[in-house]
Structure formats: structure tokens, C-alpha cells
Design a protein around this ligand. Structure first.
Ligand code: C2E
Ligand code: MG
Ligand code: MG
Length: 598
């Protein structure tokens, strides 16, 4: 039974020190006049703990219990005093509690272990769900009170919105989106001219890094990391600020007065990036923070959240690990992007895409042996849009597969009109290769529908397409090659230019990026690289195409260095489909005449 002095002390404070109530009045007065002795101070502290309403358990780094006050016993429903001199493990103490179920016990232990491992001075707070304890929920706070000593404080969860399971995020104990938005709305309603409160500021914090930890070490590790991030966020804020977790790795903070919000953002970026210890391993996250302040960036909750979100995206796009404040330009860019997406979604159905073709000239035969299909978007207001301005958007919004299939079908169909057996090269996005079955079906469908021989079709991929899903991608390319389709490596020299890739797959052609060809006449370095790549091609029995040849000097130089094919404005600009046939006939006729004259 807990009776009388119920602060159980194990080396920290001795029960015999508790003399406050029994000391004679005179002695007490004398004591108050003299500076308090160390022992007296300890007695006062333990007496205060004894009557505290909050339960307190003091543990060391190994989570062994050194002290447990009466209220802690009450909260845990423990009847028998613990033998604290033996320093029982916290897990044992919690296991003895009839008030905590298995989940509750594990939550408390995991929380303490994480905080101790991370050495955070502010160990953070958790609220156990009501069903972890009979009756009311239990709120817990952990604080480091001395080197290697931690105080675990218990109280009944407040019957406020904070303890409403619908208002808080069960993983971190922070406010959830619903509560956060409600608080923001309230704040905004109370602010402003004539209002009693300052205008608030808002931070959206995009945390990256837990996903890779989850992949490597499992869900529990990723969750533990997010919990630690939540604790650090709370520790970095003032009592009056409201931290929240809105979605997976998206945290937020509502700051009652916007002044100083930039300093806070800078501090958060720096603090959240410090290392964490999760399940004994060191983990890192990067935080991209977007700021918005009322009323400048919005008077109303939805608008302010949207502004902060645009700033967050901007911070992330600029490389993460930074903060950005909202500005009007961001809204305009977002609007432009939205309208581009909307137009692109309609473009295929409205038949606004077309293919241009650029001839590739073979050095040995002096003839055009193939043309590259280059996508164009003819928009009634935007005009003729180049692929550099929209392909990446179609990739991001998931349209590239459908557009890529259209390109394959159209290119094969249109190439059937060309003289001789001139081939057609089609650019394929890394995202198309990421779905090999669909790509194989699309190629087979395009060949079957047009009747084009597979040998006349060439697929151009960039090196980045080979990252990630190597085995499946290589299998797909091998299947295509086995069916007779040629495969070339585009923009060689701009990516990793890895020799092992050239070894793992036998490409039919390498295309040397335009940036090398552009400088070839003036820059010995660029010339050396083109020579080396051409030699690589000769050694591996691959064709090498020089891209972007614009002048006679460049053409002479790339030929001299050993490139087998040329492509560029010198031979021809990309041509609309209707003009290709005539130009091909003319170019090859000229080659024929030149050959006859030799
Ligand atoms: P790429 O495959 O490297 O295509 C060559 C680009 O260089 C083309 O730009 C072409 O117009 C341009 N070019 C050719 N010769 C010269 C020259 O002598 N000087 C200069 N300055 N430029 C030259 P374009 O058509 O704007 O295409 C850009 C990129 O867009 C392509 O680069 C390709 O990666 C991508 N792309 C084009 N069409 C498609 C497509 O149907 N699907 C996919 N996924 N990507 C495509
Ligand atoms: Mg290409
Ligand atoms: Mg290229």
C-alpha cells in the first residue's frame, strides 16, 4: 500500500530527509534565515514531489527507475510500493500497471527509448489513446532533468480538443489537419484591424527521409522517425504556437504573431536536419519549409494554407533543406502550370500533337538512312510548342504513356510513306520504360497496325531510363532487339556515360550530345571527347551519331573524328510530316549524283 511518505527514493533522496512538516517552529524559522543546506533543499524537493498532482518517475539512460512519486503510483494504479533500491526497469514498472494495456506500455517505452537515444533535452509529449488506460486517457511528458536523468511525468489527458482522438494525430500526438485548420480559422477571425489578436503566420514543413528509412528498416522505424521529428518540432516552438502533422511527412506550425516567423523557419530547417537515432541507427531527414503570413498572403484559412503550400513546393523544388516565403509570382506560376496541365489533358483528344522528322545522314553511304521523330504540340493560342516545354509535365501528370503510344503509332504509320527502307527513330521516356509490358505491347501494336518492318524502327532512350529498374528494363530492351527493333542511347556524354552500361546492353547506336558537337571546332577538350566516344563505338562495333551538326566545319570535324552518322540543321531542320518525303528524295538524289560524279 502507498501510505505516509510515498516518494520512494533510490539513492537520489532519502525518506528520512523529509522533515519539513515535523520540524519545530523555532528551528524552522532559524532554517529560513540560514542559507538552505543541500540536504534541506533535497527534502523540500521530495516533499513537493510527494504532494504534486502530476505523477513523476525519474529514470536513467538505461530506463531504470530511480524515483516514483505518489501520484505516479495513482496514475498507474499500483498498490504495492516498488523496491526502487533495486532500480527496476521502467518496463517492469509499467508491466505491473493494470491501467496500461500492451499498446500503451509499448508506446511509452518506445517514446522514452527514442528520446533518450536522441539525447533531446525536451523529450516531448505523448498522449495515450483513451483505450490504453481504463477511464480517461493519460498524457505523458518526458524531460531531461539532469545529465543521464529523465523525468517521465503523468497527468490525465486534458478534456480539451487536444485529447479528442478526432483532433490529434495518433502517431505524433500533434494536432491533426482538422484541428489545425479550425485553430487557424479561429486565429484569423480574431485578428486584424479592431481584432484583439495579431495576424498569425503559418509554416508548412515537408519532411523527406522517413520513406527511405521505412523501405530499409520497416514501417516501425519510419514511424519512430516521424515521431521524433514531431517532438523536435514541438520543442522548437513556443507554448503559444500550434504544431501539427497534416499528412504523411507534412508538418505545420501556426504562430500567433507573424513577426519572427522567418527566424523560426531557419531554425526549424537547421534543427530538423540534425541526426536522429532510430532503433540504434542514425537517420537523417531534410525539411523544406514554406511560409505564409496573414493578411499579406491570405485572409482566410484555405487561402493562407494554399500560399504556404506553394512556398513549400518552391522550397522543395529548389533542392529541399531550405525555407521559402510565399510571393505572388508563385501563385501566377501555379496558375500557369494548372492551365498548361488542363490544356495538355485535352491535347491528345483534340489532335493537337504532330510529329516533325529530322534526317540522319550516314557518312559512309552519303545518304539519309533514318529520321528522328520529334514531337510538337500545335496549340491554338500557345502556337507550336517544343517538347522541352511540355514533355516533363506530361510525365509528371501521367500522360506520357498515352502520348508515347500515339507517337509510336504515328511515326510507324508515317514512315511507311518514305522512299526505300529509311528508318524512323522514336524517343521513349524513362517512364515508358518503367512499364515494360505496356511499352512492348505499344511497339508491337504500332508495327502491326502500320506494317512497318521492325528493322526500320529505332527506339532512343537516355541513360537515366536505365536507372532503378535495371533488370526489367534490360529484359524489355533485349526483347525489342530480338524482334529486330534497333536501340540507341541518346544524349551520350550528358549523364553518367557509364561504360558498364555499354557492357550490360549492346546498343545499336550511341548519339553524341549536341553540347560536344557545338564546341568541336574551337575546344580541343570537346574534340577529344568526341574522338574518344567515336573510338568507343568503333571498338564495340556500334554506330555513333553526332547530334546538332550546324556547320560544314563541324561536319568535317566529326567525320574526321570517326562518327558514322550526322544529324543537325546542316543536313535539315526537323520537318513537318508532309514535307519529309520530298526532302528525303532530294537529299538522297543529291547523294546519288555526288556519288556518280566521284
Ligand atoms: P533529342 O532526342 O536529343 O532530340 C534532338 C533535339 O535537338 C531536337 O529538339 C532537335 O530539334 C534539336 N536539334 C537537332 N539538330 C539541331 C541543331 O543542329 N541545332 C540545334 N540547336 N538543335 C538541334 P526538340 O525537337 O526540341 O526535342 C528536344 C527533346 O525532346 C529531344 O531531344 C527528346 O529528348 C525530347 N523529345 C522529342 N520528341 C519526343 C517524344 O516523342 N517523346 C519523348 N519522350 N521525348 C521527346
Ligand atoms: Mg532523341
Ligand atoms: Mg539527343
Amino acid at each position: 500500500m502507498i501510505c505516509g511518505r510515498s516518494v520512494f527514493l533510490a539513492g537520489l533522496i532519502d525518506p528520512m530527509d523529509i522533515q519539513v512538516e515535523t520540524a519545530p517552529r523555532a528551528a524552522k524559522q532559524a532554517q529560513t534565515r540560514r542559507p538552505p543546506t543541500r540536504q534541506h533543499a533535497r527534502s523540500l524537493a521530495s516533499a513537493a514531489l510527494d504532494v504534486a498532482a502530476e505523477g513523476v518517475i525519474v529514470c536513467d539512460d538505461a530506463l531504470r527507475v530511480w524515483l516514483c512519486n505518489a501520484a505516479a503510483f495513482r496514475f498507474l494504479g499500483l498498490e504495492e510500493p516498488l523496491q526502487l533500491r533495486a532500480r527496476p526497469a521502467l518496463s517492469q514498472v509499467l508491466a505491473a500497471s493494470p491501467c496500461l494495456d500492451e499498446t500503451g506500455r509499448r508506446t511509452v517505452l518506445a517514446h522514452c527509448a527514442e528520446a533518450v537515444a536522441n539525447g533531446d533535452r525536451a523529450g516531448g509529449e505523448i498522449e495515450l489513446p483513451a483505450d490504453s488506460r481504463a477511464g480517461t486517457g493519460l498524457a505523458l511528458r518526458l524531460r531531461r532533468v539532469a545529465p543521464r536523468r529523465w523525468a517521465l511525468m503523468f497527468s490525465a489527458a486534458r478534456a480539451t480538443a487536444a485529447s479528442d482522438p478526432l483532433a490529434h494525430d495518433p502517431l505524433t500526438g500533434l494536432a491533426n489537419q482538422r484541428r489545425f485548420e479550425a485553430a487557424l480559422t479561429d486565429r484569423l477571425a480574431m485578428a486584424g484591424p479592431g481584432g484583439q489578436q495579431d495576424w498569425p503566420g503559418l509554416l508548412l514543413i515537408d519532411v523527406e527521409g522517413h520513406g527511405s528509412l521505412t523501405e530499409a528498416s520497416g514501417r516501425a522505424a519510419g514511424d519512430a522517425l516521424l515521431r521524433l521529428v514531431g517532438q523536435r518540432l514541438r520543442a522548437a516552438l513556443r507554448e503559444s504556437d500550434l504544431p501539427a502533422r497534416l499528412d504523411d511527412g507534412i508538418f505545420a506550425a501556426l504562430v500567433p504573431a507573424a513577426a519572427g516567423v522567418e527566424t523560426l523557419a531557419r531554425r526549424l530547417v537547421e534543427r530538423l536536419a540534425r541526426p536522429y537515432v532510430v532503433q540504434g541507427q542514425v537517420a537523417h531527414v531534410q525539411a523544406s519549409v514554406g511560409l505564409a503570413v496573414a493578411p499579406r498572403d491570405g485572409h482566410e484559412a484555405g487561402q493562407l494554407l494554399h500560399s504556404a503550400d506553394l512556398a513549400r513546393r518552391q522550397a522543395k523544388a529548389e533542392g529541399a533543406g531550405i525555407y521559402r516565403s510565399f510571393n505572388v509570382l508563385m501563385r501566377e506560376q501555379a496558375e500557369a502550370r494548372r492551365s498548361l496541365e488542363a490544356d495538355l489533358r485535352k491535347a491528345l483528344v483534340l489532335g493537337q500533337f504532330e510529329l516533325f522528322y529530322q534526317p540522319q545522314f550516314n557518312v559512309a553511304t552519303r545518304r539519309v538512312l533514318a529520321c528522328e521523330a520529334l514531337l510538337r504540340w500545335r496549340h491554338p493560342i500557345r502556337g507550336l510548342v517544343a517538347p522541352g516545354d511540355f514533355i516533363s509535365v506530361t510525365e509528371e501528370i501521367g500522360l506520357i504513356n498515352a502520348i508515347g503510344e500515339w507517337v509510336l503509332r504515328t511515326a510507324c504509320q508515317e514512315a511507311m510513306d518514305w522512299p526505300g527502307s529509311i528508318g524512323v527513330a522514336v524517343n521513349v521516356s524513362p517512364l515508358q520504360l518503367a512499364d515494360p509490358d505496356r511499352l512492348l505491347r505499344a511497339v508491337a501494336g504500332a508495327l502491326a497496325a502500320s506494317g512497318l518492318r521492325p528493322e526500320r524502327l529505332e527506339i532512343e532512350i537516355t541513360e537515366s531510363a536505365l536507372f532503378g529498374q535495371e533488370a526489367a528494363t534490360l529484359d524489355c530492351l533485349r526483347t525489342l532487339q530480338a524482334r529486330g527493333v534497333q536501340i540507341s542511347l541518346d544524349d551520350f556524354g550528358t549523364g553518367y556515360s557509364s561504360l558498364s552500361r555499354l557492357r550490360s546492353f549492346r546498343f545499336d547506336r550511341i548519339k553524341i550530345d549536341r553540347s560536344f558537337v557545338k564546341d568541336i571546332t574551337e575546344d580541343a577538350h570537346a574534340r577529344g571527347l568526341v574522338r574518344a566516344i567515336a573510338a568507343l563505338g568503333t571498338g564495340l562495333a556500334l554506330a555513333t551519331v553526332a547530334e546538332g551538326v550546324e556547320t560544314d566545319e563541324q561536319a568535317r570535324q566529326v567525320e574526321y573524328e570517326g562518327c558514322t552518322d550526322l544529324q543537325g540543321y546542316l543536313i535539315s531542320r526537323p520537318l513537318p510530316a508532309s514535307e519529309v518525303r520530298a526532302v528525303l528524295l532530294r537529299l538522297n538524289e543529291r547523294a546519288l549524283l555526288a556519288g556518280a560524279a566521284d
